[in-house]
Every structure is written in C-alpha cells, then in structure tokens.
Design a protein around this ligand. Structure first.
Ligand code: SF4
Length: 376
C-alpha cells in the first residue's frame, strides 16, 4: 500500500531490547545484543528514508522512544539515534522528545547522550516500590535502584521526569500500594502513570494465575487502589488528565495526547504501529524479518488496517472519553443515543460542548467502551 505525501509531526520508535522478561509483559522484546542493536539503528535509517522517498516529510514536534528498554542502548548508539533524527526536528515548535528508561540502566553517560540529542522527557518504569511485588512481576531492579536512578537523572539536569506505577498486582497489600504512591511522590516527578495490571494471554503471570497462584485481585480491590491513587496524586497537585495519567500543569504527554486525539504518527522499528490518513499499519513483531527487508532496501513486513470514517469516529470517541477534557460532541453526533443511555446510567456526562466520563464512568471505562462498540 502507498501513503499519500504528508508532513508528519509525531514519531514513535520501537527499540525491542530488554535485559530479561517481566512476567506480565506482552510487548515485543528480545534480549539486548550489541550487534543486533547496531543493525537495527541502520535499518531504522533506511525505513525513514523509504518513507521520505514516498513523499512523507518529517517536521517532528513529538518523538517517543519506546520498547523494550531504549536505555539499554550504549551512549554511542543513542548518539547515533540523535544524529538520525536531528535533521527532522521541528524548528518553529517546542519539541517533546520522550524516552522510556528502566531503573538499573540509567547512567550519566547514557543520559548525556540522550540530552545532547534533544531528548527532554524521561519516563522511568518504576512499577512498584515493594520488593516482593517487584520480584513477583519479574522486574530486575530494586526500589533503591529507582531512587538511585532518579538522583542520577536530576544530577544530569533532567527537568521532565515521568514515573510509571502498576496497580492491581496480585498479593500487593494496601499498605504496599500506599507506600509505592508515597515513594513516587517523594521523588517529585512531573508526571505519574498508573496502569492497572492486565493478565495478557500467554504471559508467565497469566499462566501462573490460571493455575491459581498468585490469586488475582478482585475488581473491588483494584478499584480501591485506583481510587487511592487518584486521591493521593490529585491532593499532591497532579491533574488526572487521562484515565491512567496524572501530570503537573504543563507536563501532560503531548505525544500521547496527539495520538489519543486521532493525530497521525509514523512508527519505526519492529512491532511499531503507524497511523496516516485513512490507514493504520503495524510492522511485524519480528526483528530478523525487519532487518532482512531493510538491509535489502525493502519495507519491512506489515499488516494494514484501512480506517473507515466510522472506525475513526469510534476510536476518537473512546480515546477522547478517557481524557478529562472529553471529546467534542460535534464530532460524535452519531453516538448521541448510546451516550444518552450511558448518561442515564451515570457513566458519561455532557459538559458544555464535550462528552466525558463521570467518576463512576472512569471506574467502568472498559464497560463504556464495549457499550459504544456494540452500538456502532
Ligand atoms: S522492561 Fe518492559 S518491554 Fe521489557 S520485558 Fe519488562 S515490561 Fe516487557
């Protein structure tokens, strides 16, 4: 398939390397290998060039380096990534360039390479400050590593720090969850994400839970954790701008907000998804196939999903409702009967010109999404 010439403002790069496998992980990742990482960086340059040959221009306002664990790349490799993207950075708009890092792989040399390239938002996967919980999740760092990593980041001059926490972990006692929230707040990040654990099919944790150990949290326990997060984080001055994301004023993630509002983005790397115009596509989650294609100057294997106007509106509605700003009512007029029904159940509300979830609706966001899907 071909994509019409376009100017692209948002870029995602998937760097699939990790130093092990978390027990809950369903992302595409493999063990870090230096020579594979070098080949991947060369292949990313070819993938970018092939898009330019098709007429895509890159004037990047937001970049997101995800994975995997991008912070496993060496400083030299991170510098190479900076050089690759430097010609494509927007000059007239403030750039937001995020990178995901894991505690244990944060070093002054890596941070210097990232900062020099223009990275200005650092997202640290903390997940929990409880040692038994970290072990149950199969994380390969301690709570002390999180604190140490943040200290290294602050010394390096990181001014925009995001911490990820995970709620709803089996066996996580309420006081451990409260401790994780308090410990995260004590590090004074600009942004905190709180995602509820989902037992994805095929993960080690899902298989263990299917065998009965550990016992999953009940819905009530999980909701209590999410409520506690909202209470503590909003009391500390963070706004819940999206159902799973809290930020101090001016520190919402622009990259994710653009995607949730239906914005276009190109994803480079194995397993990366893209959305341009009426098309969405995903590169195969297969590093060898990705490298082989691009080393022969060919696009990597991809699956394509045409986006009809109906699908785009539904996605815009579901993502928009998850944001505190809501979704413009004028964009979703086809859904008024379904929204009014959800309104009658106390799950959504019309706030002037925007539909948004009520507090009860935020607790039942998955149910709301399913109701909207079945009526579409
Ligand atoms: S660090 Fe992230 S990508 Fe890597 S195994 Fe853990 S959850 Fe998966």
């Amino acid at each position: 398939m071909r994509v019409a010439p376009h100017s692209i403002n948002s870029l995602y790069i998937h760097l699939p390397f990790c130093d092990g496998r978390c027990r809950y992980c369903a992302f595409y990742s493999i063990l870090y290998d230096a020579s594979l990482a070098d080949r991947l960086l060369r292949a990313l340059a070819v993938e970018l060039a092939l898009w330019q040959e098709q007429g895509l221009g890159f004037n990047l306002e937001t970049i997101y380096l995800g994975g995997g664990t991008p912070s496993l790349l060496t400083p030299l490799q991170l510098q190479g990534l900076g050089r690759l993207l430097a010609p494509h950075l927007a000059r007239d708009v403030a750039l937001e360039w995020s990178v995901e890092m894991n505690p244990g792989s944060v070093t002054p040399a890596r941070l210097a390479a990232l900062l020099e390239g223009g990275v200005n938002r650092f997202s640290l996967g903390a997940q929990s400050f409880g040692e038994p919980v970290l072990r149950l999740l199969g994380r390969r760092h301690s709570a002390a590593d999180i604190t140490r990593s943040v200290a290294i980041m602050r010394r390096a001059g990181v001014a925009n720090l995001a911490l990820d926490l995970m709620a709803g972990i089996p066996g996580c006692a309420p006081d451990t969850w409260q401790h994780s929230l308090s410990a995260a707040l004590a590090l004074n990040p600009q942004h905190i994400s709180v995602y509820a654990l989902t037992a994805e099919e095929g993960t080690q944790l899902q298989r263990a839970m299917a065998r009965g150990q550990p016992v999953p949290q009940s819905d009530a326990e999980q909701l209590a954790e999410l409520d506690l997060a909202e209470n503590l984080l909003t009391a500390a001055g963070y706004a819940r701008y999206e159902i799973s994301n809290y930020a101090r004023a001016g520190f919402s993630c622009r990259h994710h907000c653009a995607c949730w509002r239906g914005g276009e983005y190109i994803g480079l790397g194995p397993a990366a998804a893209s959305h341009v115009g009426d098309l969405r596509w995903t590169n195969a989650a297969d590093l060898p196939a990705y490298l082989e294609a691009l080393e022969n100057q060919q696009p990597p294997p991809r699956s394509w999903d045409p986006l009809t106007p109906e699908i785009k509106t539904l996605e815009r509605l579901i993502c928009g409702l998850r944001m505190s700003a809501g979704v413009e009512a004028a964009l979703v007029t086809d859904y008024v009967p379904a929204l009014q029904s959800l309104c009658g159940q106390g799950l959504v509300e019309l706030n002037g010109t925007h539909w948004r979830l009520t507090p009860r609706g935020r607790q039942l966001a998955d149910y709301v999404a399913v109701e909207l899907m079945v009526t579409s």
